[in-house]
Design a protein around this ligand. Structure first.
Ligand code: UDP
Length: 236
């Protein structure tokens, strides 16, 4: 028995770049794919949303003079590239996987709908939902929250490079301490950098718990679905 039957896994684009910090790292993709297959084999239904920050962010484009909406559309396309890369790494190790896109672009991926996504999950496929929300001015954190709620996931697992939510940035502040557990309102009132505000508010209003954990520590994903207290848990 696993603690969660259906999860939404959010991965940042940057995490796919590995140590290079830019683009796609095939070793990193393979490591993530192995960890995802491990919980897939345990019977967990898995939806995945990936960011695009390793390739392009709309706001960075604005700094270079791009139109914001076009920049965001480029960012959304970056998430599609990342989604195809992870789907390829998962297929290569025998997992059944289907890519959905928030913006119509067959045959790259199937146009997303909640019902097709749930049907695929129930048929034993891992689904990757690319293209964020499909709209500019949003982030893939909000996309992950939206899709997690739509597919009726039990939890959103946000894989990061740190092992949870801290009082301050642990990479720059050695005195920062980690929370085991937080409410959505504490995240908002303490202005903690968990996800962007719209993602937190949307998760709070629709009661989607969030677990922030270190995805670069192999085995963590399995431990979480088995019910071990890994990372920081954000809830009502
Ligand atoms: N984006 C967008 N709408 C969405 C999701 C993403 O316009 O619903 C664009 C936005 O420009 C963003 C980029 O895609 O900067 C990449 O997504 P994000 O920054 O969330 O990626 P991550 O930080 O998770 O790698």
């Amino acid at each position: 028995m696993t603690k969660f039957k259906r999860i939404l896994l959010k991965l940042s684009g940057e995490s796919l770049a590995g140590k290079k910090g830019y683009g796609l790292d095939e070793n990193c993709l393979a490591t993530y794919a192995r960890q995802i297959r491990e919980i897939y084999e345990m019977g967990v239904q898995i939806g995945i949303v990936i960011g695009g920050g390793n390739l392009f962010r709309g706001l960075n484009g604005v700094l270079k003079g791009f139109d914001r909406v076009k920049g965001d559309q480029m960012g959304m396309l970056a998430t599609v590239i990342n989604s195809l890369a992870l789907s390829s790494a998962l297929s290569a190790i025998g997992a059944k996987v289907r890519v959905f896109t928030a913006i119509r672009m067959e045959p790259v991926g199937e146009f997303y709908s909640k019902w097709k996504a749930i049907e695929a999950l129930e048929e034993g496929e891992i689904i990757i939902i690319a293209g964020g929300t499909g709209n500019p001015f949003f982030t893939t954190d909000t996309g992950a929250s939206l899709r997690g709620i739509e597919i009726e996931a039990d939890v959103m697992l946000k894989g990061t490079r740190v092992d949870g939510v801290y009082t301050a940035d642990p990479e720059t502040n050695p005195t920062a301490t980690r929370f085991d557990d937080l409410t959505y309102d504490e995240v908002l009132s303490r202005n903690l950098k968990v996800m962007d505000l719209s993602a937190i508010v949307m998760s709070r209003d629709n009661k989607l718990p969030i677990c922030v954990f270190n995805m670069d520590e192999p085995g963590n994903l399995k431990k979480i679905v088995e019910g071990e207290p890994i990372g920081t848990y954000v809830h009502s």
